[in-house]
Design a protein around this ligand. Structure first.
Ligand SMILES: [Zn+2]
Ligand SMILES: [Zn+2]
Length: 259
């Protein structure tokens, strides 16, 4: 049986770093494979690990383009690609996500489709309720971001990973990530950077490290960074704050959460 494993298909923040995609992560647990987000450019990477006909579900943290835009090429693959799926692909969006997707994909209706999203089985998750997925369970926590966004924890028995989605430092995210084995946390801001206008929606690597420390996480994986920061910058600002293992995500990194 495959151990719980996380593969990074896209580690960039909203502007993709050269040769890198935006947010998308493949989670494999046993024979079940799902993605957390499906951002700009990530489909090409994702296909190397789980192709469109092999995915069991897609879960979207929030409706920013860098977290869902490659659902469009994914849909083309499922409709026109060489491999046929037996069933529609379950797609879980935040509340309001389906209407937003339908509004956007309505622009492609000229090709005569009644329903552009037909290859997906679209659902909206209820952030207040646990969601069984594969052999495990998803739990959600609202984050501090510019639009509604949800951190997501996947757990099976005593093993878990928690994904921050996009967030400024937030106690709700810390609570969700409590003693998780792997905390995948955004580190968008440069150390000391202050977001414009005083409205917070992202974290620095130091702030990500503080959340990981407060939550008692086993391992911190920093992600969602731009071209102004090197992996070394991120590592150096997180290390004095978080005493556990730290990894800076890059596309194609494969991390075993627990065996
Ligand atoms: Zn983002
Ligand atoms: Zn966002």
């Amino acid at each position: 049986m495959t151990p719980l494993r996380l593969t990074v298909a896209g580690s960039s923040s909203s502007i993709p770093r050269i040769g890198r995609a935006c947010s998308a992560y493949l989670v494999e647990d046993g024979g079940f494979r799902f993605t957390l987000d499906f951002g700009t450019g990530a489909f090409a990477n994702m296909r190397q690990y789980a192709d469109y006909h092999e995915l069991d579900a897609v879960v979207i943290s929030h409706m920013h383009a860098d977290h869902f835009l490659d659902l469009i090429p994914l849909r083309y693959a499922m409709k026109y690609g060489a491999h046929r799926r037996e069933t529609r692909l379950p797609l879980w969006t935040p509340p309001g996500g389906e209407a937003m997707l339908r509004m956007m994909t309505g622009a492609f209706a000229s090709e005569g489709d009644d329903d552009f999203l037909a290859p997906f089985d679209v659902h909206e998750f209820d952030p207040a309720k646990p969601l069984p997925l594969g052999d495990g369970t998803l739990r959600f926590a609202a984050t501090t971001h510019y639009i509604d966004a949800y951190a997501i924890r996947y757990q099976r028995n005593g093993t878990s990973l928690t994904y921050s989605a996009d967030t400024a430092p937030d106690q709700r995210v810390v609570d969700l990530a409590r003693e998780t084995n792997l905390f995948l946390c955004e580190a968008t801001l440069l150390a000391g950077a202050i977001e414009g206008g005083g409205v917070r929606g992202h974290s620095s690597a130091a702030e990500a490290a503080q959340m990981a420390a407060d939550a008692g996480c086993e391992r911190l994986v920093l992600t969602h960074y731009g071209e102004n920061a090197t992996p070394r910058d991120l590592d150096e600002s997180a290390r004095p704050i978080f005493g556990g293992a730290i990894v800076v995500a890059d596309d194609h990194a494969v991390l075993t959460v627990a065996t």
